[in-house]
Design a protein around this ligand. Structure first.
Ligand code: SF4
Length: 448
């Protein structure tokens, strides 16, 4: 690795699944604001839906999600009741819009018993227009996936499953307390495909304790043997001051910045070598995948679930901590179950924070989204589309000079483009256009 890249890899930066990022959300956006924004959604506009299920059977030590360990079903059943009410509560404010995508995330959505999963799917069908064109994706924990649950998901219209793997190496798995054999994962994928759930995503992770270039390369090769349609390759974000269970991760077994970079490169080489196309920062997809098509057309988008082919600007977030996005800005539900329950039982949205977008936010957000998706952006062109002067971001161009000198960005006029070898550093380029970064960030993960 070139020495001048190290300083960029070590910087803590947002993952830019939104702009402004969730750190900038404030309490000025509340349930009343969300109700007004929902009322302004055009009658025939399609929406997409994210449902958050914040329960898992056990805590994986690397986990950065909003989830808790549930030892009994009672709180999960009570939560399903609340989500069902929330679906109706939000649905009644809209004109039964068509749904382009549904994403069940968590946590482990399949902690819901089949009858509750069916009940919630029926509630979605009652309040929204779900068609055969609706893509329904669900995050799966292969360790707890019962065969009959797969049949239920297929009957309920699930079309895509994302399976968490991270690393197949036994020592790594034991250290992060997620022991999941290759065979277990393979059985889950076979079961899903046999039931007609044809689109399979696998999530891998580098930067975990005891991981090495060899373990991640072996893991990537084994994952490829399972023939996934998409692979996400995330860097482990070690933030034990925010996620307390991460304190159990032995820090002396974590790879350094150069090690992380090499692991990322090794897994990438295996995936690209097998014919997968790189998508944005951290995704890979087979030729012909909707993400590849959208990327080729310059129409790939990024939202809170990562990269998406979905083009609707209306994302409804349901469940504790869920984030939604409407034309006016972002909304987030209470992360605390008690507050969430109180709001839903009182018949009002559980929104507690969010961000109303300014014109400047939209302009900078558009540049950041294009960079995250295409690794290039015509800054003057985007300024023009947003009614700003072509030299509106002249100060940012001065800041880009260092990145140009370090070979991270190529610049021709107002067009900036990242060379392939610098793809991992795309967040450093986005950061130039982020008006809210102070340089003192500790909440984010490292850019490596
Ligand atoms: S199963 Fe997924 S959401 Fe649950 S603790 Fe493990 S990584 Fe986190």
């Amino acid at each position: 690795m070139q020495a001048n890249l190290l300083k960029y890899l070590e910087r803590r930066l947002p993952r830019y699944t939104s702009y402004p990022t969730a750190v900038q959300f404030d309490t000025k956006v509340d349930a009343q604001a969300y109700a007004r924004w929902l009322a302004a959604v055009p009658a025939h506009a399609p929406v997409s839906i994210y449902l958050h299920v914040p329960f898992c059977a056990a805590m994986c030590l690397y986990c950065g999600c909003h989830t808790t360990v549930a030892r009994r079903y009672t709180p999960i059943a009570a939560y399903a009741d609340l989500i069902e009410r929330e679906i109706a509560l939000i649905g009644e404010r809209l004109a039964k819009p068509a749904v382009t995508q549904i994403h069940w995330g968590g946590g482990t959505p399949t902690m819901l018993r089949p009858q509750d999963f069916i009940r919630l799917t029926e509630a979605l069908r009652t309040n929204f227009t779900i068609t055969p064109a609706t893509e329904t994706a669900i995050e799966i924990d292969p360790r707890s996936l019962a065969p009959d649950y797969i049949g239920t998901m297929a009957e309920m219209g699930v079309t895509r499953a994302s399976l968490g793997v991270q690393d197949f190496d036994e020592r790594v798995q034991q250290t992060v307390r997620r022991v999941q054999s290759f065979e277990e994962t393979g059985r889950a994928i076979d079961g899903l495909r046999n039931a007609g759930i044809a689109n399979i995503n696998i999530d891998l992770m580098y930067g975990l304790p005891h991981q090495s270039v060899t373990t991640i390369a072996t893991t990537a090769a084994r994952a490829l043997a399972l023939d996934p349609d998409r692979v996400a390759l995330f860097g482990y974000a070690h933030v034990p001051w925010m996620k307390h269970h991460q304190r159990l991760i032995p820090e002396d077994a974590l790879p350094g910045t150069e090690g992380r970079f090499a692991q990322n490169a090794a897994a990438t080489e295996a995936l690209v070598g097998a014919g997968y196309r790189r998508i944005g920062l951290d995704h890979f997809a087979k030729e012909g995948d909707p993400l590849v098509r959208r990327q080729c057309e310059g129409r790939l988008h990024r939202n809170f679930q990562g990269y998406t082919s979905d083009e609707t600007p209306y994302l409804l977030g349901l469940g504790v901590s869920a984030i939604g996005s409407l034309a006016e800005g972002y909304v987030q539900n209470a992360s605390d179950t008690v507050r969430y329950r109180e709001a839903i039982l009182a018949g009002r949205p559980a929104t507690v924070r969010g961000r109303a977008l300014t014109d400047e936010d939209r302009l900078r957000g558009a540049i950041i989204e294009r960079l995250m998706c295409d690794l290039q952006a015509d800054i003057a062109e985007i300024c023009r589309e947003h009614g700003a002067a072509a030299d509106h971001l002249a100060a940012e161009f001065v800041k880009l000079d260092n990145l140009v000198n370090d070979g991270i960005v190529e610049r021709r006029g107002s067009m900036i483009k990242m060379p392939e070898h610098a793809r991992t550093l795309v967040r450093s380029v986005c950061a130039v256009f982020d008006a809210y970064l102070t340089g003192e960030e500790t909440r984010f993960s490292r850019a490596s």
